[in-house]
Write a new protein. Structure first.
Ligand code: CAA
Ligand code: NAD
Length: 283
């Protein structure tokens, strides 16, 4: 099935980035969230991003308008029937994702690919709630999507070769580099990244150093573009906690135990940059 129209589910930071790069690559794109306000906020963040490119002379006003015109809004999952590819980027919660995939399995046309941008959750388990597990695949973009070149591609047990090849081809069309990994908790990216972030939070929790010192050490000492606590705020502390819980549950090893300070911040609603407060304050 030729892919012309893509639905992106979840108009948060990842969904809007994914919709933007899809529209920039020439695909029609429907962006879906629970409320009209969330979808509108997502679309206006895409417009702001594109405007920045216009002001830098990297995009013309006309090109910006063409890209924006390829994007439409939806709060109804039934709109997925018009799409050949769905990329789910809703919150990192298995029950929420299963509910979405159950509905998509009923609503989409036969042959539609159901991809998920999950950071850590098992693709095989998610696929099991659908009637088309061969069409379900992990398509894990990195944040910020318009900038980061990697897409980690994860096949579930039943994912077909055709589905994998189609996703690999689209990833290349989006100007990204696909890298395949097997379906294990956290895949490769977050199995390695998130324990480092969790360890940085433990170091703060134990009073080994200030947050600024921890970040400065990792930035200057390891040449990381962002310190781990800044990066945690950037990713979203709720997402970091969900990923650590998936690693902890999935491997049953104490080395993946989420730091109590991370849990405390999430319980307080301090989710990082997206809520204006995490380890740092944001305007
Ligand atoms: N959205 C879109 N574009 C953005 C952006 C955003 N949020 N933030 C920055 N950019 C663009 C800028 O417009 C600029 O583009 P041009 O080169 O075209 O002008 C470019 O990125 C560089 O931006 P800046 O000069 O303002 O800032 P910077 O040099 O400090 O780079 C950064 C910003 C790219 C975010 C950099 O700090 C970085 O690479 N940080 C680490 C990001 C990272 O590790 N991501 C992975 C997170 S983990 C993950 O995604 C997986 C998961 O499941 C949790
Ligand atoms: P976010 O909190 O910014 O956005 C999540 C969006 O999903 C919200 O707008 C929310 O309203 C929406 N949503 C929740 N339930 C929904 C439902 N039932 N139907 C439709 N929309 C729903 O989160 P995010 O950072 O964009 O992360 C989204 C997904 O991408 C998660 O699975 C996360 O693990 C993954 N991811 C995140 C990052 C990151 O750095 N933040 C990187 C890669 C992958």
């Amino acid at each position: 099935m030729a892919i012309e129209k893509i639905m992106v589910i979840g108009a948060g930071q990842m969904g809007t980035g994914i919709a933007q790069v899809c529209a920039q690559a020439g695909y029609l794109c429907v962006i879906h969230d629970i409320t009209v306000e969330q979808v509108e906020r997502g679309i206006s963040s895409i417009e702001k991003n594109l405007l920045r490119q216009v002001s830098k002379g990297k995009l013309s006003e006309q090109e910006k308008a063409t890209i924006v015109n390829r994007i439409s809004a939806s709060t109804n999952l039934e709109d997925s029937v018009e799409c050949q590819l769905i990329i789910e980027a809703a919150v990192e919660n298995m029950e929420v994702k299963k509910s979405i995939f159950r509905q998509l399995s009923e609503l989409t046309k036969e042959g539609t690919i159901l991809a998920t941008n999950t950071s850590s959750l098992p693709i095989t388990e998610l696929a099991s709630v659908t009637s088309c597990p061969e069409k379900v695949i992990g398509m894990h973009f990195m944040n910020p999507v318009p900038v980061m070149r990697l897409v980690e591609i994860i096949r579930g047990l039943a994912t077909s070769v055709e589905t994998y090849e189609a996703i690999k081809e689209i990833t290349l069309k989006l100007g990204k580099v696909p890298v395949e990994v097997n379906d294990f908790p956290g895949f490769i990216s977050n199995r390695i990244l998130m324990p480092m972030i969790n360890e940085a939070i433990f170091a703060l929790y134990e009073g080994v150093a200030t947050k600024e010192a921890i970040d400065e050490i990792m930035k200057l000492g390891m040449n990381h573009p962002m310190g781990p606590l800044t990066l945690a705020d950037f990713i979203g502390l709720d997402t970091c906690l969900y990923i650590m819980e998936t690693l902890h549950d999935g491997f049953g090893d104490d080395k993946y135990r989420p730091c109590p300070l991370l849990r405390k911040y999430v319980n307080a609603g301090w989710l990082g940059k997206k809520t204006g407060k995490g380890f740092y304050l944001y305007e």
